[in-house]
Design a protein. Structure first.
Length: 173
């Protein structure tokens, strides 16, 4: 099974329930899972329906109905019971003495983007503390995020900007 399969499955099963799609998108992008009792979870922490509803600006009953819909569908249940959130150091990199590099590319489905960036990082002797790429099937504008030890030299950025696939480079300190 692939992400395309699940994306199509979600569209088929939930397409007529458009009000539920923001919940599904939020679950996928934030790693929010559902447990056997129908509680939303971020790792071991239970997320109240009302909190999710308020954050997404939707009715709490839709949040509850979506949980039960997922639990009553074996394929959706397999997916949404096994999502996990990840810790991103992107916004706190400066506090930790790191630099975050956020890259968008022209064609995110093209292979070799991560290896090109990591090879350049290695060439400059920079240490990677964290790296992750958004899935191009799930995110409208996927990003490659790399948290690097210390500062990034200007020559590195100049060379990175010359990559034909690179669309934007954002540096966060």
């Amino acid at each position: 099974m692939s992400i395309s399969y699940y994306k199509k499955l979600i569209e088929e099963k939930l397409g007529r329930y458009r009000s539920r799609l923001p919940i599904i998108k939020s679950m996928l992008s934030n790693g929010i899972s559902i447990d056997n009792e129908g509680h939303y979870r971020a790792g071991p922490f239970k997320i109240p329906d009302s909190s999710l509803a308020k954050a997404l600006n939707i009715d709490r009953r839709i949040v509850r109905e979506t949980a039960f819909y997922i639990l009553n569908d074996e394929e959706l249940k397999k997916l949404f019971m096994n999502l996990t959130p990840i810790c991103s150091m992107t916004k706190v990199s400066g506090l930790l003495g790191f630099t975050s590099l956020v890259i968008t590319v022209k064609d995110p489905k093209k292979s070799g983007i991560v290896s090109n960036v990591t090879n350049l990082i290695a060439k400059y002797g920079l240490g990677i503390r964290q790296i992750f790429a958004d899935d191009p099937e799930l995110f409208e504008e996927p990003k490659l995020t790399v948290v690097i030890e210390g500062s990034i030299p200007g020559e590195f950025l100049s060379e990175l900007s010359k990559f034909e696939d690179v669309k934007t480079i954002t540096i966060l300190k």
